[in-house]
Design a protein around this ligand. Structure first.
Ligand code: ADP
Ligand code: MG
Length: 349
């Protein structure tokens, strides 16, 4: 059941290997700092180059820990725990939680509820990633579905309320993106021009590499147990966030049940996709978008991304077909010949 930890480690290593080759001669002139920690339920890895690199990395990790303490569903003093355990009550929340809840509602509306921060009852019912993961009964699913819906979350100036008992907020699909953007603020405040942070496959790079060339971010092979990179993206001041069915899942009777739930059906989203990766400038948006388009599926998700500016997407199907949005073709290199880029507008599966 805890295969996911191994896979996360592999992702991190894959990204890291590429970034290690990043250091040219000039890198030796700039002080460098790095750190790794298990935060927000995932492995967080960070590196910065510059005069204040050490303090920037330290403060960034501290900031991620603060965010976890505010937004975790399980930490009893968190804003989200308080909200979830006091329905029908206005709860004062931090500015950070407010920013994330606001953005989450924005994306819920924009995606017709494909992204839904009130997915918590269903997430708890399925228990994916825990020892208790099991396929629920249909009546359990229906009950949890009746406790899902972003209309049950109300936001006020500095407080929030759940209007229906049983509804639970879950920010697992967006909080890491917020944290990555907070890291960007922290390092920029310290004048750092070259850095990256990787929150379990949610990667953000700041500036370019010390030698002036773009960072090279490896995208992990989404097939189970493969630790290799299947594509490389040149990245400057940008983010790559992937949602996939291989990160947290269990199998029952030969069927795979993963951690991204379709709020309409109450079941893990099923659409022949292994993964959806968003490439853009802002990790906060990219995180919500990656979860949303994974739920939407290839055709709807692609059309949605093409309607947005400065956001790109790569979908990988179970057949290992790769679909790229229009702005991605020039900056991505598929390095594993098992994967086939499908050109044109055909989404036939
Ligand atoms: P990861 O957190 O593994 O990087 P995602 O960003 O796609 O991947 O987030 C998945 C998490 O988001 C789930 O573990 C759950 O907490 C939450 N989630 C699941 N389904 C949805 C959904 N339809 N909308 C919003 N959040 C979701
Ligand atoms: Mg996400």
């Amino acid at each position: 059941m805890f295969k996911n930890k191994k896979l996360i480690l592999i992702t991190i290593l894959a990204v890291f290997l590429l970034i290690l080759t990043a250091c040219g001669n000039k890198a030796e002139e700039l002080p460098q700092a790095k750190d790794t920690a298990f935060l927000m339920d995932t492995l967080v890895q960070m590196q910065a180059h510059g005069e204040n690199a050490e303090v920037a990395v330290e403060e960034s990790m501290e900031r991620i820990r603060e965010i976890e303490n505010l937004m975790s569903k399980t930490i009893k003093s968190s804003d989200i725990y308080e909200l979830n355990h006091n329905p029908k009550t206005k709860i004062q929340i931090s500015q950070a939680s407010m920013a994330v809840l606001k953005k989450a509602l924005e994306y819920a509306k924009m995606t017709d509820g494909s992204f839904d921060p009130t997915i918590g009852a269903l997430v708890e019912l399925w228990g994916i990633g825990t020892e208790d993961a099991a396929v629920p009964t249909q009546s359990e699913i229906e009950k949890a579905l009746s406790n899902t819906g972003y209309q049950y979350l109300k936001l006020y100036e500095n407080s929030a309320k759940i209007t229906n008992p049983g509804v639970k907020i879950d920010l697992g699909g967006i909080a890491k993106g917020y944290a990555a953007e907070e890291v960007k603020d922290v390092v920029q405040k310290h004048g750092i021009q070259h850095a990256f942070v990787n929150l379990g496959g949610n990667v953000l790079v700041i500036g370019n590499k010390v030698d002036g060339s773009p960072w090279k971010i490896g995208i992990q092979d989404p097939r189970e147990g493969r630790g290799n990179v299947m594509a490389i993206v040149d990245a400057v001041d940008s983010t790559i966030v992937t949602s996939g069915n291989y990160e947290r899942y269990f199998e029952e009777n030969g069927k795979l049940y993963h951690h991204i739930i379709n709020p309409e059906t109450g079941y893990p989203a099923r659409n022949n996709l292994l993964s959806a990766s968003i490439i853009s400038e802002n990790s906060f948006d990219a995180d919500a978008l990656s979860t949303a388009v994974y739920v939407m599926g290839l055709e709807k998700g692609m059309n949605f991304i093409e309607s947005l500016e400065n956001v790109e997407v790569m979908f990988i199907t179970e057949k290992l077909d790769v679909y790229l949005s229009s702005g991605l073709k020039d900056i991505i290199e598929i390095t594993d010949s098992d994967f086939n880029i499908i050109e044109g507008e055909s989404f036939a599966n």
